[in-house]
Design a protein around this ligand. Structure first.
Ligand code: RAM
Length: 330
């Protein structure tokens, strides 16, 4: 029970996060993919918690309305003009954000990404929630178990430019090569752009285009909740199953109805907290070169790997047995 372990570990660890409060207010922006996504709202709650713990630190939680790179660049540009001290971004496009990331760093602003990475030239550190191969493989394994390794499966992703979903899909394809999936072919990948209406329509279209479809993997909290709703609305519970990455609070009805057998996620509150603690460490002068250790406060420490990549922990799986307990938390 990873979520619980993280909490339990926190109680026994020395105060990793105990650093002197910043003398003057440090302004740190958390720029997420778009507004209206409760996953990111949970990350922002964790960010505020971390800022409160550090002291002398203020969080500006912001995002474009639509999850596009252009709109996100405009948001970051205005933060540069406001001379914030640090920016933590979940990128709508790895490469498109490099120039604005460089611009921020040239002005002395600390730039890092979390969740969905900016390419290494546009930031110092990127904190992944968990290992990419693990997150990808887990989702194929979950639908495999649900379907008894038989039947057509499609992927309903976020936007085609998003770093995190693309990396997870690549990892899914690796797992899919295992002969145990020989009778569970991948038939399509479609994009709901992390918009509820588009994700819902893409789910409807998948079912029409693939009459023998049995499973869908949606590596996005927006895609999985909209896809599950479409399955239920179309009366396809028991015929088509969805899995992927979701929020217990948004997936409880689908799990209880049987549209989703199991899904996974890390704790987004802890993730926002850990990312902000790392930013505080960097603002306090911590090194970010490969092999450096960065503090994630009460969660522990992480080591910077190649290309500035660090990892927080392990994902956690939810099903009928435990969903009610976590639906109250995130
Ligand atoms: C959505 C976003 C986010 C992703 C989660 C799992 O909320 O696409 O980037 O990490 O799903």
């Amino acid at each position: 029970r990873t979520v619980l372990q993280l909490g339990a570990a926190a109680a026994t660890l020395p105060a990793f996060g105990a650093r002197p409060a910043f003398a003057a207010d440090r302004r740190v922006a958390m720029v997420v993919k778009n507004l209206g996504n409760s996953y990111f709202d949970a990350c922002a709650n964790g960010a505020n918690e971390a800022a409160g713990e550090v002291g002398g630190m203020e969080i500006i939680y912001t995002a474009p309305t639509k999850p596009t790179p252009e709109d996100q660049i405009a948001v970051i540009d205005s933060l540069i003009a406001q001379r914030v001290d640090g920016i933590i971004v979940s990128a709508n496009d790895a490469n498109a954000l490099v120039p604005v990331g460089k611009k921020a760093m040239e002005r002395g602003i600390q730039m890092m990404s979390f969740d969905s990475a900016i390419a290494p030239e546009g930031r110092s550190v990127h904190l992944s929630a968990s290992s990419t191969p693990l997150i990808g493989a887990k989702q194929v394994q979950m639908i495999g178990e649900t379907l008894g390794y038989e039947g057509e499966v499609a992927i309903l992703s976020a936007a085609s430019t998003m770093t995190n979903q693309n990396a997870w899909i690549e990892a899914m394809m690796e797992e899919w090569k295992d002969p145990k999936y020989a009778n569970m072919p991948h038939v399509a990948t479609v994009y709901g752009d992390d918009q509820d209406d588009k994700s819902y329509r893409e789910m409807e279209a998948l079912v029409k285009a693939h009459p023998d479809l049995r499973g869908v993997i949606s590596p996005t909290t927006i895609g999985i909740r909209s896809g599950a709703k479409a399955i239920m609305d179309m009366g396809l519970v028991g015929q088509v199953y969805i899995t992927g990455l979701g929020l217990p609070s948004e997936m409880q009805a689908a799990v209880e109805a049987g549209a989703c057998d199991s899904f996974a996620i890390w704790n987004p509150v802890e993730y926002g907290y850990a990312s902000t603690m790392i930013m505080a460490d960097i603002l306090g002068g911590a090194e970010t070169s490969e092999g450096s250790t960065l503090s994630m406060g009460r969660i522990g420490e992480t080591t910077v790997g190649s290309e500035g990549e660090a990892v927080m922990g392990e994902p956690f799986v939810f099903n009928k047995e435990n969903i009610a307990e976590f639906a109250a938390i995130f």
